[in-house]
Design a protein around this ligand. Sequence first.
Ligand code: AMP
Ligand code: GLY
Length: 424
Amino acid sequence: MKVLVIGSGGREHALAWKVAQNALVSEVLVAPGNAGTAREAKVRNVTVGTTDLDALVELVREEDVVLTIVGPEAPLAAGVVDRFKKEGLRCFGPTQKAAQLESSKSFAKAFLTRHNIPTAAWSAFAEPAPAHAYIDANGAPIVIKADGLAAGKGVVVAMTLDVAHRAVDDVFSLAPPDGSVRLVIEEFMAGEEASFICVCDGVTALPFASSQDHKTRDDGDKGPNTGGMGAYSPAPVVDVDVHTKTMERIILPTLRGMAAEGAPFTGFLYAGLMIDAEGNPRVVEFNCRFGDPEAQPVLSRLVSDLVEICERAIDGRLANLELAFDPRPAVGVVMAAGGYPDKYPSGDVITGFDTATALGAKVFHASTALKDGNVITAGGRVLCVVGLGDSVAAAQAVAYAGVSAIHFNKAHWRRDIAYRALNR
Ligand code: AMP
Ligand code: GLY
């Protein structure tokens, strides 16, 4: 049977690689994919855009694809799952309505409040003046979030009032107020972050192994925010107690709440958590898809069959399934183009893949392309190099051995991925 993965990043390479391990899968199509998926066994790229719903439906019909798995948020927010359902096609992911948990910060915050799910105190604003007044009344640190999908770039954690006021002006300078919600301002939460990702069938949620990503560009969690510079699994901060609290206070009430509101959640539900010193988790944000780069280390540890997981989720049959994971930790280091997340070069030839593989690392591609038989850089986050090992230190050593083997012009990577786990 054929499976389609929609997307072109490191997460989609990991999804396609994992799906290809199912013996019943004859071929995995990736739309549009990257050089990594192009060179993966049993995987083929097709040049169809991620939000071109007509073309995706046509592709699935022409190729007799039996299952489609959606990687990124944009097609979900565009209603790809609703459209496929209407066409009688099987597509794993949340409906457009359910995807609002990610696509609208104000929807997500109002939902959390309605259902008494722990999160930062917040207020939504359609006009600049009341937003400025709210900031003055609450003081700094304070967090400003633009509403709508922003690929992680719409959030300003303002340590001073000045920065907070400027963030509000920035949002409204992009477009004058028209009465619709433009931003959410919320309380600053202290603690340690973790990614808690579940597969859901509307009623049941099965958690994947926990993980943590590194959002800022430079070592020591410094520099500008990015899409993620590396991730590892498990996250030691998510111990049994935090895990139980997260399921009982956050994940299960979210599934019950979405079902009660007529938008049962099927798909990957990603709760970004802030865990305080007492081990109490609160929701920083929801994503309605797998994390990137979390998918690369987490799926590297997944022993269970991903096709069966997605099939059962679509059919509402997750209840009796248990997910199995390799007990070894996994560390994934992102190699980015120098200058990312601002201006960066692309089109540079990448070498060293075979050496990295021989050293035991798995290289997932994010933004790469094939040109004249070479793999070239084609975006900001270029690769994610994953290592597994008997300890976090051993996994880290494998990942960095792989990184050292790979070369491209002005490559940049953090040298401290997984430092929190090592410091514990
Ligand atoms: P988000 O896109 O909502 O995940 O926000 C991006 C990052 O900003 C998060 O991963 C946190 O590091 C930080 N952040 C967001 N909201 C808060 C908050 N209320 N308190 C502290 N940090 C936050
Ligand atoms: N790693 C953060 C995200 O996928 O949104």
